[in-house]
Design a binder for this molecule. Structure first.
Ligand code: NAD
Length: 251
């Protein structure tokens, strides 16, 4: 039920952090994985590591998901290298830490472009391939998909949008047997998590005080949910956003 042998997955922003954790999980479950990341060097390096660990082919490519031609080329390379695309993980994301009254429209556009616009664009490009049979889209939201944040307003708005887009694509593409779901990670130890700790005063204490699990998550904590949503085990699950947050969102 959870076996991904013969399936092809694309993970955006998969060269580090949560994306890398998910790429590793899908590769370990049998998928052929393509990692597309701003850093082609890091993507190539981690792809070689994953192949060595799982024995399944992994390809690392440089791509900026906000650039139309690069997003198109990424999907095209999945298809030309592995013969199709079954699982799209829209993980690439950034956080711009500027209060709303100080935020420039360029900063707004940049944040929304990576976190929301590219999620739609890649889904649209992948659609024809996902139609081939039991296609899966996994979008990465955030606790800020649920809660507001005065410190990162464009981030929160874009992540809220990811939840609504997930529902909308799930409805639109149910007939094509494409399941579209989201994971809402809690506070996870990654480069972005460290950036948050640097830029948001008292964040570490706030997170620990409110997280019943009493620790930050690790990228591996998302592995099981990612495999579930990528596999036949979730064939009747669509349009949902699953918090993986050590209980943060229920407090
Ligand atoms: P990270 O910074 O460790 O990794 C993000 C990766 O995305 C990097 O490898 C980066 O090069 C890549 N990337 C950024 N912009 C890109 C672009 N335009 N095109 C292609 N690749 C791009 O961050 P992370 O914490 O692993 O975050 C991954 C996702 O998880 C993001 O969507 C983030 O918003 C979300 N998230 C993170 C946390 C957390 O606590 N770390 C919590 C909730 C949600």
């Amino acid at each position: 039920l959870f076996d991904l042998t013969g399936r092809v997955a694309l993970v955006t922003g998969g060269a580090s952090g949560i994306g890398l954790g998910i790429a590793r999980a899908l590769s370990g479950a049998g998928a052929s994985v393509v990692i597309g990341d701003l850093s082609g060097e890091a993507a190539t390096r981690v792809a070689a590591e994953l192949t060595a660990d799982s024995g399944n082919p992994t390809l690392g490519l440089e791509a900026d998901v906000t650039v139309a031609e690069e997003a198109e080329a990424l999907v095209a390379r999945c298809v030309s290298t592995f013969g199709g695309l079954d699982i799209l993980v829209n993980n690439a994301g950034i956080g711009i830490h500027v209060r709303p009254e100080e935020m420039t429209m360029e900063q707004w556009d940049k944040n929304v472009s990576v976190n929301l616009r590219a999620v739609f664009h890649l889904s649209k490009i992948a659609y024809a391939h996902l139609c081939a049979g039991g296609g899966k889209i996994i979008n990465i939201g955030s606790m800020y998909s649920i809660f507001g944040a005065g410190e990162v307003p464009a981030y929160a708005a874009s992540k809220g949008g990811v939840v609504q887009l997930t529902k909308s694509l799930a409805i639109a593409w149910a007939e094509q047997n494409i399941q579209v779901n989201a994971i809402l990670p809690g506070w996870i130890n990654t480069g972005l998590g460290a950036q948050g700790r640097r830029e948001m005063e008292g964040l570490n204490e706030r997170v620990l005080a409110r997280t019943p699990a009493n620790r930050w998550g690790e990228p591996e904590d998302l592995a099981g949910t990612a495999i579930f949503l990528a596999s036949g085990a979730s064939s009747y699950v669509t349009g949902v956003s699953i918090p993986v947050d050590g209980g943060y969102s229920v407090t």
